[in-house]
Design a protein around this ligand. Structure first.
Ligand SMILES: Nc1ncnc2c1ncn2[C@@H]1O[C@H](COP(=O)(O)OP(=O)(O)OP(=O)(O)O)[C@@H](O)[C@H]1O
Ligand SMILES: [Mg+2]
Length: 583
């Protein structure tokens, strides 16, 4: 019921068309009574009444009515089809918009395959319901009601005899749908699982090949595929169990009619023509009952799917844009963490983080993997919110800024670089699509990417594959860096950005960054001492805590973690130099 209410939100707009369509369905349902009536008349008037001249008229009427009925039915079928496409178009747009509202924690927990299943199979089930099921339910119900009324009009006792059998069919149709009910949700969920396996394998096909695990993955897929087949067969089995019962009961209707009706004809209380009319109306009794199973099936499928689609709308993003402050041209770039604590759910990941940096300054974060470095910068752009303490930009808690404005003021080169399947120019200009080619090139030069891009056969027009396939790791990092530089943000965040870049290029990049840094603050996360030693403040993190802080020289003097890392990275090098000096 809830799903219907939700779907009605989309259908309401088309209510006039729906009412018109259902009215036409009403007319068609009524017209279904005409041919049985005329067939009876042919028997009574033409065959028994010998009014031969009536035959052509009645036959022409029958053909005419059939033609009109078919045409009208086609008309409203098309109307519902069109309407369903419109409805699904809007739903898809809303759903897609919704996917962009949902935050990191949603994507952390939801499989891409599941989301794809909702965008495709589930939406199709909802469309099918709007395009077909709605009017079919109405049409069948009306045909049944008209047929019963018409039978009572012609001959109440025989109509009563027929009606005794009809509820039995109804009962079995109900039993059928009740049995199918749970399988539909299961089929739908299994489809989502199957989708997830396929999606993961396509995305991770390089890993699969590198580890020669094709057979293993095919087997994994087969298991899910088999489960999908079995679930579908289970549903079909239930269906097959009841279908013969429904068909036999429809046969019983004919037997009852011939038996009771035949006796009445012999006794003279029923004309033969009326018996023929009754016979033609049996279809109108049994078919809706038979269809009821299908239709209720469709309703179940709709409910299972609509619930999943609706789920995306019910899921509330944890990061809400409650911030009101929007009236700012450009951030200054002052960033402050004030006793910040954070956890993803189980166990603290950031503990009592404190620091402050100003425009023109660079903050570097170093520490072992899993220390919480990326998590720290994720709080800055509100990918997640701190559990306690304040994250402030320009002296104001990030929650109070308009979310869009906040993120607009920052540029981040993420650890996991993502490039769109677009031209290199398009990728670099992602933050500012109106940037001229010169601006794009100048950003690329600063990121030390221009030379290799210019060397490509199609230069900036080169289309990079999905996720940047076709480029080396270092090239991808430099394109991502150019994308961030082009945005000219007040806060620039580089998460392991020069990891895959050679030392010489890194030094050049650092020099460039320094030259553009006067009006921005810069976060550099790195593992190499060479990447961080020039920073105004270096935070050494371990296990979610800042264990050391200061400038390069100060940290070396502390002879702690930083000193050890320095020794490991430069130890041999210094030694060699020292040796050379002696010689
Ligand atoms: N989305 C997430 N959901 C749950 N836990 C997470 C999530 N992302 C990271 N973690 C956990 O939080 C901790 C800190 O992770 P984080 O990515 O911040 O480390 P890091 O210092 O950036 O490491 P690296 O140097 O490897 O990039 C790790 O223990 C990690 O398992
Ligand atoms: Mg990280």
């Amino acid at each position: 019921m809830h799903s219907l209410h939700w779907a009605w939100g989309y259908l309401r707009k088309y209510r006039t068309r729906i009412i018109l369509g259902l009215l036409l369905a009403l007319v068609v349902s009524a017209m279904n009574m005409l041919n049985p009536y005329l067939a009876g008349k042919i028997v009574d008037k033409v065959m028994y009444g010998h009014q031969k001249n009536l035959l052509w008229k009645l036959l022409l009427l029958m053909i005419g009515f059939t033609f009109i009925r078919t045409a009208v039915r086609y008309g409203y079928q098309m109307m519902f089809e069109k309407l369903s496409q419109n409805v699904i178009f809007t739903m898809r747009e809303h759903l897609y918009g919704r996917l962009h509202q949902l935050d990191f924690s949603f994507y952390d927990q939801t499989k891409t395959g599941d989301i794809m299943a909702r965008m495709t199979g589930d939406l199709e089930a909802v469309r099918h319901f709007t395009a077909w099921t709605i009017y079919m339910i109405f049409e069948n119900a009306m045909i049944l009601i008209f047929a019963v009324c018409f039978m009572f009009y012609i001959h109440p006792p025989l109509a009563l005899a027929m009606l005794v059998v009809t509820p039995v069919i109804g009962f079995f149709a109900y039993k059928l749908t009740y049995a199918v009910r749970p399988t539909f949700t299961e089929i739908r969920n299994q489809f989502a699982r199957l989708n997830s396996v396929v999606q993961e394998n396509i995305s991770g096909n390089r890993v699969v090949k590198a580890f020669a695990k094709e057979d293993y993955e095919i087997e994994k897929f087969s298991v899910e595929n088999e489960a999908f087949k079995v679930k579908n067969l289970e549903s079909a089995k239930i269906w097959e169990k009841y279908l013969p019962v429904l068909d036999s009961l429809a046969g019983v209707l004919t037997v009852v009619m011939i038996l009771v009706g035949g006796i009445m004809v012999i006794r003279g209380s029923l004309t033969f023509g009326e018996l023929v009319t009754f016979n033609s109306l049996i279809w109108a009794l049994s078919n809706p009952m038979r269809m009821a199973g299908w239709l209720l099936n469709d309703v179940q499928r709709f409910i299972a799917s609509a619930e999943k689609v609706e789920d995306l709308f019910i899921t509330k993003p944890k990061i809400k844009n409650q911030g009101q402050i929007i009236d700012i041209k450009r951030f200054k770039g002052i960033v402050e963490f004030d006793h910040v604590n954070f956890s993803y759910g189980d166990g603290p990941v950031l503990k009592d983080i404190r620091f402050k940096i100003k425009p023109g300054q660079t903050l570097a974060i170093i520490g072992p993997t899993g220390a919480g470095k990326s998590t720290l910068v994720n709080l800055l752009s509100r990918f997640y919110d701190a559990d306690s303490g304040d994250v402030k930009v320009d002296g104001v808690n990030v929650k109070e800024w308009d979310l869009h404005k906040l993120r607009e003021g920052m540029a981040m080169v993420m650890q996991d670089i993502f490039l769109f399947s677009d031209t290199i120019e398009g990728n670099i200009a992602y933050g500012n699509p109106y940037a001229s080619l010169e601006t794009v090139q100048s950003a690329a030069k600063m990121a030390e990417a221009h030379d290799f891009i210019a060397g490509l056969p199609e230069g900036y027009e080169t289309i990079v594959g999905e996720r940047g396939v076709g480029l080396s790791g270092g090239q991808r990092q430099r394109i991502a860096l150019a994308r961030a530089i082009l945005k000219d943000p007040a806060i620039l965040i580089l998460d392991d950005t020069t990891l895959a870049v050679d030392m010489e290029t890194e030094v050049k990049i650092q020099t460039t960054l320094k030259s553009i840094q006067q009006n921005k603050s810069c976060f550099i996360i790195a593992h190499r001492i060479s990447s961080v030693k020039e920073a105004d403040l270096i935070l050494v993190m371990n296990n979610g805590k800042i264990i050391e802080r200061g400038k390069h020289e100060e940290l070396l003097k502390k002879k702690g973690y930083y000193f050890n890392v320095y020794k490991n990275q430069y130890g041999n090098f210094d030694h060699k130099l020292h040796g050379q000096e002696v010689i």
